[in-house]
Design a binder for this molecule. Structure first.
Ligand code: DGL
Length: 252
């Protein structure tokens, strides 16, 4: 089976990384829309156009299922994508529910892009699971830009994180939710600025389990394959252009 992964850029590699552990033999296509990243600060109608272009491309390449490995794209387009394309489309949402459940009544802090936090999909999710009113949220949009530039130096990232968190009482939070796939790369930095006991949760494992359930009836590869073909906004791209990210994910 061939499974497509789509993100505005390199964030979705973190979801693909997880998928290859659970479904190691399948064939993968990875579409990074790096010509248009970041999505989180662009008008909704504009990014919907990019998303439809990417999913059409992956469908035309013969994908049997597609993972929208981007919370922002999921928030603005998942329902329309499912109504348009006749194949399993798996979306992502911030792991708010597991965070609330894990929390022992402490607060939950969700990091996501500006667009994700503006969309009704996020607020409906919070309304559904946050019975005690413990969920707060904060845009960490600049992390998308840093990661696309492969800018992971502590001297750049830590002051940004500290300034975003300056007005919060961090000891009140039992968990932080990474509601954008680009944020996974910053787990080591976040470990430095958050209290030791704070859990840092993401939705990647849950998304990949959901993928596995959705494709359960489809023919799996019988010979070991597991290869990935990469594209930047539809243009074939060698894996070497992404290998520094793939290596970094090992430590995140
Ligand atoms: N990786 C994205 C997400 O999960 C989008 C980042 C962006 O392009 O702003 O939300």
């Amino acid at each position: 089976m061939q499974i497509g992964f789509f993100d505005s850029g390199i964030g979705g590699l973190s979801v693909l990384h997880e998928a290859r552990k659970l479904l190691p033999n399948e064939r993968y296509l990875y579409y990074a829309d790096t010509a248009h990243v970041p999505y989180g600060t662009k008008p909704k109608e504009e990014i919907r156009g990019y998303i439809f272009e990417a999913i059409t491309f992956l469908r035309d390449q013969g994908c049997d299922a597609i993972v929208v490995a981007c919370n922002t794209a999921t928030s603005v387009a998942i329902d329309d994508l499912r109504a348009t394309f006749q194949l399993p489309i798996i979306g992502m949402e911030p792991a708010v529910k597991p965070a609330v459940q894990a929390n022992n009544h402490k607060r939950v802090l969700v990091f996501a892009t500006e667009m994700t936090l503006k969309e009704p999909k996020f607020h409906n999710l919070v309304a559904k699971v946050d019975n005690e009113g413990v969920v707060d949220y904060l845009s960490m949009q600049e992390l998308v830009v840093f990661s696309e530039r492969f800018e992971f130096g502590a001297e750049t990232v830590l002051p940004y994180l500290r300034s975003r968190l300056a007005n919060l009482d961090l000891s009140a939070y039992g968990s932080v939710v990474l509601g954008c796939t680009h944020f996974i790369y910053f787990r080591p930095h976040l470990r430095e600025v958050l209290p030791e006991a704070t859990l840092i949760l993401d939705g990647n494992a849950g998304t990949v389990q959901h993928l596995r359930n959705r494709v359960a009836g489809l023919p799996m590869e019988t010979k070991t394959r597991g290869q990935v073909r990469y594209f930047r906004s539809g243009i074939p791209t060698p894996e070497s252009e992404f290998s520094a990210y793939l290596e970094r994910l090992e430590g995140c």
